[in-house]
Design a protein around this ligand. Sequence first.
Ligand SMILES: *Cc1c(COP(=O)(O)O)cnc(C)c1O
Length: 379
Amino acid sequence: MSDVRDLEDHIHLFLPGPVETRPEVLDAQARWMIGHRMPECAELIGRVHEKLQQVFQTKSRVLISASSGTGMWEGASRNCVRESVLHAVNGAFADRWAEVSEANGKRVERVSAPWGTAFRPEQITERLAQGTFDAVAIVHNETSAGVLNPVQEIAAAIRAMPGGKDIMILVDAVSGMSGAQLAFDDWDLDVALCSSQKAFALPPGLAFAAVSDRAMERARSIPNRGYYFDFVTLDRYLQKNQTPATPAISLLYAADVQLDAMLAEGMAARFERHLALRDRCIGWARDRGLELFGEEEYASPTVTCIANTRGIDIGALNAFLREEGMILSNGYGDLKGKTFRIGHMGDCQLGDLDRLLEAVDAFLIQAGLWTPTTTGMAI
Ligand SMILES: *Cc1c(COP(=O)(O)O)cnc(C)c1O
């Protein structure tokens, strides 16, 4: 394997996806191919599915698709929105999902909150009460702003509304799932979808979506569900531990190995580790005279978005980090240059993060933007 993975070329990813993937997980993909109607493949999918249910904390199905998370956005909008959906938008990904619903002919209204702030339940329920919506779409962890929306409280408030039990609660948990708490059954959600290349620390190319019985019932009542992301067909095949089309078999091998490691760590320990990573990032930023971009109370456990209050040239910073074999993420869209983001999701450990922060310190010192003695303490 060393011939295809030259360590000299390795750039450690502190991005909010794709993220660093462990060598054992990468190697798992190199196994012999199997046919997707062979019993070996059904066993593989059965194993992966059972472990996904534990990660999503659900007894419901977790659909598996060979796509990125965007595919499941389309699937959720298409299968679960009858006519009209309220999209809660407080960042770039939430807005893009609203565009996906529009592109699929759904009537979309947006309730907006400024980037960096989290939604309070009443902002959603008040807007819902003003219209006729059969679904709500919200992002769990808004990657562009580094904010975790209080999805549990929001879902509870929606369920408590008159008719709230018939509203589909659709959640984009792409960069949150497995790094931040999300209990699908307890929270009474209808869809929670995610991608493999974020907190699961797998290569990109797989998407997972937990789907409630209520959402399946809704899907069966909707005529034009599309083809590739038809939840009814995906569910029918999953009951036989199959997928309707050829699955991404190599990625499923990797998922089988990685899910074992994730469950061995334990989900509670995994969430704690992510919170410790977040707190380390926030403390580091403060000590360097930098500020968190968003509300601290809702700071994301998986990606920290830092306001660039010291006028750091983020491009130059990344060029410097590359030489050290690392990379972080510039701000998203309009926030480019105004913020930068440190992805610390998946298998990232405190030692990995410290190595990055030390390198950023070296850059800041070299650029004359910070000195350990004047503003704060070095790690
Ligand atoms: C990355 C991301 C997406 C897009 O996922 P893809 O797997 O690239 O399709 C959607 N939502 C959020 C919150 C994300 O972080």
